[in-house]
Every structure is written in structure tokens, then in C-alpha cells.
Ligand binder design. Structure first.
Ligand SMILES: [Zn+2]
Length: 205
């Protein structure tokens, strides 16, 4: 697709939205109140709105290579803080995908330069689960994709942003999901962390 075609497609899209809901942009431009934060992979095949049929305004999004939550990544933590403290999202979705190129690269021992530093975070996950992973063969990559999501959910839960939200009694759930490129379906890995009113911490108030 030549790049000018993208702009033509944009006009077609905006006009279609307006035909379906004439005041959509009028309402949408004033504020955002998303209930969801999506932390996903930069992979072009995993666009949150398209795979879930959601509209602009429904999901606040952070994407990076291999959907990692690293406690020194000020970009991801800034998104998380804004989503939790200002937007007050109800759900944080950490979404990996099978066949992730970032996870595959981390499993292979090539010299990757700067990106190698980033992917070392996945090597740490591999080392943590080496006993489970090393006997696997064809399904090793996909299992590591799942295990990495599970660890990123825990990393979100360990941030001071979530700890503070817990003390305030803010109701918020963190979920680990994985997307299958082969059939377009998302699987819930069942590793939720749920914060609710009962977590409110009197000593912090
Ligand atoms: Zn990926």
C-alpha cells in the first residue's frame, strides 16, 4: 500500500463512523474515559481495537516489543500511573501473543545489540522456568510466551502504582491474556490480580 492510500483510508473511516453515529467525534473529542489499559506487543498483527471490535476512547494503550513491564521503564510506568491514577481504569490487560518474535529472539543466543538488553528480561523468565521449558520442543516458544505474560502481570502488581492503588481501596483487576495469530482468538491465562475496597489500608490513609 502506498502511503497516500493511508490518508484516503482515514477519510473513508472517519466518514463511515460519522454516518453510523453523527455526533461520535463531537462527544469523543471532549474527554476520554476508558475502562481498560492494554499492555501489548508492538507486533503489527495484534492491534487491540481491531481484534476486539472496540472504538476510539475505550482502551488506553501501551505497546512495546514483547509486551514487557520492566520496573526501570519510565515510559511504561508513566502510562500505568496515568491510567490508574487519572483515568481510573478498571482493568489492566497484559496481552502477549503466540509466536512472538521478541520472545523467539530472546530464546536464541544471537548478539542483538540494544534490543538484546531489552529482551534480557525474557531470558530472566526463561531461567526462572528452565525446568519446565527445557524438555519442551516445538511448543517451547509458545509456553515461554505464556509464562512471560504471567510474569508481566506479577510485575504490574508489584509496582508502587498498584501498591498505592491497593492502599486507597481502588477497585482494579490485572489480567494476563494471550492472542493466537493463527485464529484471531484471545485466551485468558487465568492469572488475575484483583484489588478491591477490602484492601484499603487504614495506616496509609
Ligand atoms: Zn510480539
Amino acid at each position: 500500500m502506498i502511503y497516500e492510500r493511508l490518508l484516503e483510508k482515514n477519510i473513508e473511516w472517519a466518514e463511515k463512523i460519522k454516518r453510523n453515529e453523527s455526533d461520535f467525534f463531537e462527544k469523543n473529542h471532549k474527554e476520554q474515559k476508558p475502562n481498560f489499559l492494554w499492555i501489548g506487543c508492538s507486533d503489527s498483527r495484534v492491534p487491540s481495537d481491531q481484534i476486539m471490535g472496540t472504538m476510539p476512547g475505550e482502551i488506553f494503550v501501551h505497546r512495546n516489543i514483547a509486551n514487557l513491564v520492566v520496573n526501570s521503564d519510565i515510559n511504561c510506568l508513566s502510562v500505568l500511573q496515568y491510567a490508574v491514577e487519572t483515568l481510573k481504569v478498571k482493568h489492566i490487560l497484559v496481552v502477549g501473543h503466540y509466536g512472538c518474535g521478541g520472545v523467539r529472539a530472546a530464546m536464541e543466543q544471537h548478539n542483538l545489540g540494544i534490543i538484546g538488553n531489552w529482551l534480557n528480561n525474557i531470558k530472566d523468565v526463561y531461567n526462572l522456568y528452565e525446568n519446565e521449558l527445557s524438555p519442551l520442543d516445538d511448543d517451547k516458544l509458545d509456553r515461554l510466551c505464556e509464562l512471560s505474560v504471567i510474569e508481566q502481570v506479577k510485575n504490574v502488581g508489584r509496582t508502587s502504582i498498584i501498591e498505592n492503588a491497593r492502599c486507597r481501596g481502588q477497585e482494579i483487576s490485572i489480567h494476563g491474556w494471550i492472542y493466537n495469530l493463527k485464529d484471531g482468538k484471545i485466551k485468558d491465562l487465568g492469572v488475575n490480580i484483583d484489588l478491591d475496597k477490602s484492601d484499603e489500608c487504614q495506616s496509609c490513609l
